[in-house]
Design a protein. Structure first.
Length: 263
């Protein structure tokens, strides 16, 4: 049996069917999945960052191996060159573990404050980078006046037809902000566009807020930093997000039209 949950929005005027296993949404009674804010910004080409990073991973793998041996045969070197092609996958998995665990703590902490339940304990036996990221997040919380309003907020734009879910709605120093936690090497442009989409959909249903904020956890080091986005940022970033949505929507239509399996 398919796992499904119902989400009610716009005072019950809109109902979404949420499928947790695939993290997708449909309008109640519809057959087609909605386009999410995440898949919209997925249309942006990231190869200018990923290709050099992947090459550097392979280089590090080979240099580490060369330093560990005194003699190399042609066959051994050929094998290591082949293995180096997978070095980026290994580094990505390790980095994802670090960043995702810091992200998970931040989410659990937010939910505990919202629900009045005990805050999660810091895992003292974890990788030092994870502990450093958690402590940096807690420092941010303690150094600011933060009141959590909602966690994992679902939004849907009736004007445009996309949906999404952002991490936190909170008051930070008196400002009502949408907050999204990001685990990556840096804060990328598409993060700004994505949160602009969240804000637009949220304000469409609930009215204007003061801004948005990205809380970033470096996926390799666990280091923490913030980016606050103003009304001016939103006005500049939203058209880019909507352009991504338009591309994704048309791409999905053509994919289905040409007989490929739709997303």
């Amino acid at each position: 049996m398919t796992n499904k949950k119902s989400v009610s929005l716009y005072n019950g005027e809109v109902k979404l069917d949420f499928y947790p296993d695939s993290h997708r949404y449909k309008l109640e009674g519809e057959k087609t999945y909605l386009i999410s804010a995440t898949t919209c910004t997925g249309m942006i080409d990231k190869s200018r960052f990923l290709i050099p990073w992947a090459l550097n991973c392979g280089e590090r793998y080979l240099l580490k191996y060369i330093d560990s041996v005194s003699v190399l045969t042609k066959e051994e070197l050929a094998l290591k060159i082949t293995e180096s092609k997978k070095a980026s996958e290994l580094e990505k998995e390790e980095a994802a573990d670090i960043g995702s665990l810091v992200h998970a703590f931040a989410q659990a902490f937010s939910e505990s404050k919202l629900n009045g339940t005990p805050t999660p304990e810091i895992p003292t036996d974890a990788d030092p980078r994870i502990i450093a990221g958690i402590n940096a997040f807690l420092d941010w919380y303690l150094q600011n006046d933060v009141k959590f309003i909602a966690c994992e907020q679902v939004v849907y734009s009736r004007d445009h037809g996309y949906c999404g879910i952002f991490d936190v709605l909170a008051e930070v120093n008196g400002q009502k902000l949408i907050i999204d936690y990001k685990t990556s090497k840096a804060i990328y442009n598409e993060h700004r566009y994505q949160i602009a989409g969240y804000r637009e959909a949220y304000e469409e249903e609930y009215g204007k807020i003061d801004g948005a904020m990205i809380l970033h956890f470096d996926k390799e080091t666990g280091e923490f930093n913030t980016l606050e986005l103003t009304d001016e940022d939103h006005a500049l970033d939203l058209p880019v997000f909507l352009a991504c949505y338009t591309i994704k929507k048309r791409d999905k239509e053509l994919t289905k039209m040409n007989g490929y399996k739709p997303e």
